[in-house]
Ligand binder design. Sequence first.
Ligand SMILES: [Zn+2]
Length: 517
Amino acid sequence: MTTDRIFLSTTIPYVNARPHLGHALELVQADVLARHARLAGNQVRFQTGTDDNSLKNVLAAEAEGIPAAELVGRYAAAFEGLREPLALSFDDFIRTSSDPRHRPGVERLWQACADSGDLYQKHYEGLYCVGCEQFYKPAELAEGLCPEHGTEPQLVAEENWFFRLSRYAERLYDLISSGQLRIEPAARRNEVLGFIAGGLEDFSVSRSVSRAHGWGIPVPGDPDQVIYVWWDALGNYITAPGFGTDAAGYHRWWAGAGRRVHVVGKGVLRFHAVYWPAILLSAGEPLPTEILVHDYLTIDGAKISKSGPVAAAADPAALAGRYGTDAVRWWLLREVPRVGDADFSQERLIARANDDLANGLGNLVSRVVTLVHRYRQGIVPEAGRPRHGSGGSGPGQDVSGGLALADAREQAPERVAAALAAFDFRAATAAVWAIVDEANRYTEQVEPWHLARAERGGDAAAGERLDETLALLAGACADLGRLLKPFLPDLAARIRAACDGSSGRLPPAEPVFPRIG
Ligand SMILES: [Zn+2]
């Protein structure tokens, strides 16, 4: 076991509406990585938060006729409130407008880049998408519209501060192509390398106070300008650990951490894999070590928007309230592929939970506990790894299924670790599920009830095989209670309680996951 300090973050969403299922996906993925790393003996700082200083937030507040601070406060609370319904284990939640750690850190980051000679003033005209908070070149637009939002960008002309991104193209290319800054999956790394190879232009990192509607962090020494919201937002990754306010905390959780991992959506990859590392290079601070990129969800075939009926149909807190935390997490982890968008529907969530958690896993645990009570008074027999078939033809002689189950149990921890290292949640959950499938197959194959009948008829060997079978199945259930901890912390705890023989006997059989619908 290697003990290491790991910084792990989600992106911080802007908060002009309630969280949607896409946010839940990123939070749950990061949560699984955090829980798994902690269980492996690492010290983990799992951080999330909200991007309060986005212009979109201001516009939403103006549309409602309320102060921006009130609107972002309301929605930031909704994001932080996902902790319980999604069983999230984040250690830190930073709000960029109100957290006292943030502004001093952003100002210091700005100053560090200025000291490196990487900030300069320039008149600029460009097409700006408020939805993306980003300038687009005409060639990057889709028939004149933002490729992310399908909206018309606005023409902006002002005197802005620029960041000398062009200076870092070569170093970024080397860091990413060498894997010192690892980007998963590989297709996303190649996308970033292609973008860098195409040439990096300096980018605008401020806007006028009037265009920012007076909201945001002023440029140090230039009160007419506000720091570009992406600069401000990206800064959260180091301001929360303590950059600019708490040197020891910053060293502990960022500069001196063994790994610095960002989980991000594909739409903001360029900001995290190009702009952010370049800013850190300029400031002389350590870069992230890994950027793990997920694709998007659609809901009933439609792209998720922040508000409207599509988002409302998949409100993560409401889904968890209706179907339970385990069902929501399981759909996100089991059905969303590593590459490619996934389509969510409530029917799919229900079917997945009932097939896997109620039928596959729930029935297995209930059955094993029931068999141990029926044939062994609730006491799990002791037995080692199953022996090879001894050539007999009686019930329980074919133990090949037992060997497959033993193999699935032995291999699962390593397969889970390898899959999570590759940011592949489907492969990780599949490794756990091999135990469920093999255990159910083994039970059908061995037919413990026939062994019990033979034992009652005086066949001592059948009794031994029944001991062996029940021990193997109970061990498999105990493994599931441990292995599922990072994925389904609540259900895993119920499995461990159902299989807890520390009092001498297992508790009476109770369903660990009743069917939903
Ligand atoms: Zn846009």
